[in-house]
Design a protein around this ligand. Structure first.
Ligand code: KG4
Ligand code: ZN
Length: 393
């Protein structure tokens, strides 16, 4: 089975094509294509993501990204002005009517190629920015209708959890023994901060989450206060690493919100405000002060995330630990989590995704889509597909 996956929940237009072959107790996967068109440059200029701007960019980048994925997968056979039934054409225009001129571009695209050997389309339906999600969903509906193949709706968070099943090579396999249950996942990005427990295969429960800002959002907002560009995580991390090399200990103190509460929830808005007050009371900002704040802020975030993670691993007797989302690229967090978990229990398997799989991508949507399709047969009826910005696992 070949799945074409579409991811548009935030600021990356992702298209992946994944082939699966099921043998008895094993599934072997081949990555045929994995394409990302990032909008980072545009959002950097404005210091954050604006949903309507993200939507417009997805609309512009969608077909070129699909074409480049199909070409990479060697599934692109050009065709000179294929005829499209008038009824189909007006149906496609209607499906894409909310997406600016994507309708006409889509019809032109469908005219230009032979139907590729794709068996199903997986698409992110939430959580995320609804205007952005709709671009992916409308595209999936149109392709499903034109190529007469089913659509598999995918939860973006399930994608992050399952992203560590994707290995850093073209071909990889999945067997019953790939994951040891219970599995605990820490999902940390610009839009989410969650601890998710998977007691059994594909049975999820959220055991903790942020009550206000997501951790990546806190990185981005603090970076902005320090005059650093978007996305702020890598910038703060660089300054913090520099300062950590120079000083033994942090010389300022920021709060560690909710670190000692018994639940597994988080809160980062107070920490962000504490930085604001620190700058107000100790300014003007100098380069030295920026580094000091970056170090203490990163320490505070890592202290809270690692403390809660360790307690959750202990409480739920997890055998596997997975980290996902853009913030998992933070090297200091990786180092501390690995050290602490090893000290606590060497037997726990710790999985950090590779950088390209930690941030939003369509490959994780393809793999989640594959397993969803094994659980529930996907249908060609797409009228009920909806974007749900707050979709929960
Ligand atoms: O998963 P992602 O690409 O997009 C979503 O938000 O879904 O995550 C982006 C977030 C941004 O907030 C960015 O600042 C943060 O991940 N980030 C980092 C690092 N790299 C990216 N945060 C801390 N340290 C990093 N090295
Ligand atoms: Zn994400």
């Amino acid at each position: 089975m070949k799945i074409l996956a579409i991811e548009t929940s935030a600021d990356d237009t992702g298209i992946a094509i994944l082939e699966s072959k099921k043998k008895k107790d094993e599934v072997s996967f081949t990555i045929l294509a994995n394409k990302i068109h990032t909008q980072i440059d545009i959002h950097t200029e404005y210091g954050g993501i604006f949903p309507m701007m993200a939507k417009r960019e997805h609309g512009k980048n969608m077909i070129p990204t699909i074409v480049s994925a199909l070409k990479e997968a060697k599934l692109f056979s050009p065709c000179k002005s294929k005829k499209i039934d008038l009824k189909l054409e007006s149906k496609l225009q209607e499906m894409l009517s909310r997406e600016n001129d994507l309708g006409s571009v889509m019809i032109e695209f469908l005219r230009s190629i032979k139907k590729p050997a794709i068996d199903a389309i997986a698409v992110t339906v939430g959580p995320g920015l609804e205007p952005a999600l709709w671009v992916g969903i409308s595209t999936a509906r149109a392709l499903s209708c034109a190529w007469d193949i089913p659509v598999i709706p995918v939860n973006h968070m399930e994608g992050h959890v399952l992203s560590t099943l994707v290995k850093n090579k073209k071909v990889f396999t999945y067997t019953k023994d790939t994951l040891q249950f219970p599995v605990l996942s820490l999902l940390i990005s610009g839009g989410h901060t969650e601890l998710v427990l998977m007691k059994n295969w594909m049975k999820y429960s959220i055991v903790g989450q942020t009550r206000d800002d997501a951790v990546g959002e806190a990185f981005d907002k603090v970076a902005r206060m320090l005059g650093l560009p978007y996305p702020g995580g890598p910038e703060i991390s660089k300054l913090a690493a520099f300062e950590r090399n120079n000083v033994q200990h942090s010389t300022i103190t920021l709060p560690r919100p909710m670190m000692y509460t018994k639940d597994f929830d988080f809160s980062f808005s107070g920490l962000k405000t504490a930085v604001l007050y620190y700058i107000r009371d100790n300014g003007p900002l100098t380069d030295k002060m920026k580094s000091k704040i970056a170090l203490e802020f990163e320490n505070a975030v890592v202290d809270v995330l690692s403390m809660k993670t360790l307690h959750a691993l202990e409480k739920y007797k997890a055998k596997t630990f997975i980290v996902g989302g853009g913030v998992s690229a933070n090297t200091y967090l990786q180092k501390v989590l690995k050290e602490k978990i090893k000290k606590y229990d060497k037997a726990i398997k710790v999985n950090f995704p590779t950088k390209i799989l930690s941030t939003d991508n369509a490959l994780m949507i393809a793999i989640a889509g594959y397993f969803q399709s094994q659980k529930k047969k996907p249908t060609k009826s797409t009228t009920k597909l909806r974007a749900n910005g707050n979709l929960s696992l």
